[in-house]
Every structure is written in C-alpha cells, then in structure tokens.
Design a protein around this ligand. Structure first.
Ligand code: HEM
Length: 134
C-alpha cells in the first residue's frame, strides 16, 4: 500500500528531499558498520549506493521512475543474491534504517507523520526479510 486515505502517495506528502535525507542518514549509519560495509563493492564510497537507494525509494513510494530508467527493473532479490544476507545482516540494515527514520521524522508533515512512519517501517521490515538469503 503506497497511498494514504486521500490517495496522496508518500512521495506527494514528503517530497524528494525527504527520501534524500532518509537515505543519507541511513548510509551515515551503514558507513560505521563494519559487517555491512564489508559487502559494499565500492568500499567506503557510498555515493552511488546512496543515489540508487534514493531513486528506488522515490519510485517505490509514488515518485518519478528514474530508478527504472537508469537501472531497469528493480529485481531486488536477484540484485542482493551476491551478498550474504543472514538474520544478523538483515537486523543491522534495519537498525540503521529505523534510526534514519527517527532522525528525519521532523521532515514529514505533522498530520501524516504517524501514518508515514508506520508504512515505511512495515515496508522495510518485510522487504529486508524478503532479501534474507541465508
Ligand atoms: C536486508 C539487508 C540488506 C543488505 C545487507 C543490503 C545490502 C546491499 C548492498 C551491499 C548493496 C550494493 C550497494 C550498491 O552498489 O548499490 C545493495 C544495493 C541495493 N539495495 Fe540493499 N541491502 C539490504 C536490504 C535492502 C532493502 C530492504 C532494500 C529496499 C527497501 C534495499 C534496496 C537496495 C537497492 C535499491 C540497491 C541498489 C540496487 C541496484 O540498482 O543495483 N536493500 N544492498
């Protein structure tokens, strides 16, 4: 479910700058995490990974389809197949995402805040479990 009751998407509500800030906060946390960082093909440089995740989330939550244009169909399970994602990696990923959601709460308009956070949180929990491959 990517829409609220009045049919505005999360992208309509929060804007692109919210997703940029969310992903920046998330990757700032990931960069401190040696278990996750060991998986990143570009080593310590997360610039492009930040852009990919931002474009993906913007598209998923109802914004422009730049991700699709640049990267093709997401196929996230396939794209994560090369990374050893066990319960520990999943939980660390989710920890950094939960912290990023918390740190960017103030960027979500107040009337929608609870609903946005609930939708995002339940989505990432499910998506991360879906990507677990060990
Ligand atoms: C469960 C723990 C997860 C781990 C350990 C993980 C790890 C990674 C790694 C190492 C990359 C490569 C970085 C890059 O070059 O872009 C990546 C890419 C990506 N991840 Fe994850 N990920 C996880 C969960 C998720 C979830 C839940 C989502 C979506 C909500 C997601 C979305 C993406 C996207 C969109 C890319 C870029 C794919 C591409 O276009 O190549 N990941 N992930």
């Amino acid at each position: 479910m990517t829409e609220t009751q009045d049919n505005r998407s999360l992208y309509d509500i929060c804007g692109r700058e919210y997703f940029v800030a969310l992903v920046d906060a998330f990757y700032d946390g990931v960069e401190t995490d040696s278990i996750l960082m060991a998986m990143y093909p570009d080593g310590a440089d997360t610039t492009e990974a930040r852009q990919r995740l931002t474009l993906f989330l913007v598209q998923y939550w109802g914004g422009p389809h730049d991700y699709m244009e640049q990267r093709g169909h997401p196929m996230l399970r396939m794209r994560h197949g090369g990374f050893a994602i066990d319960a520990q990696a999943r939980d660390r990923w989710l920890l950094h995402m939960a912290s990023a959601i918390e740190h960017t709460l103030h960027l979500v308009p107040e009337p929608e805040r609870d609903s946005v956070v609930q939708q995002l949180a339940s989505y990432v929990v499910n998506a991360a479990e879906h990507l677990r491959n060990q």
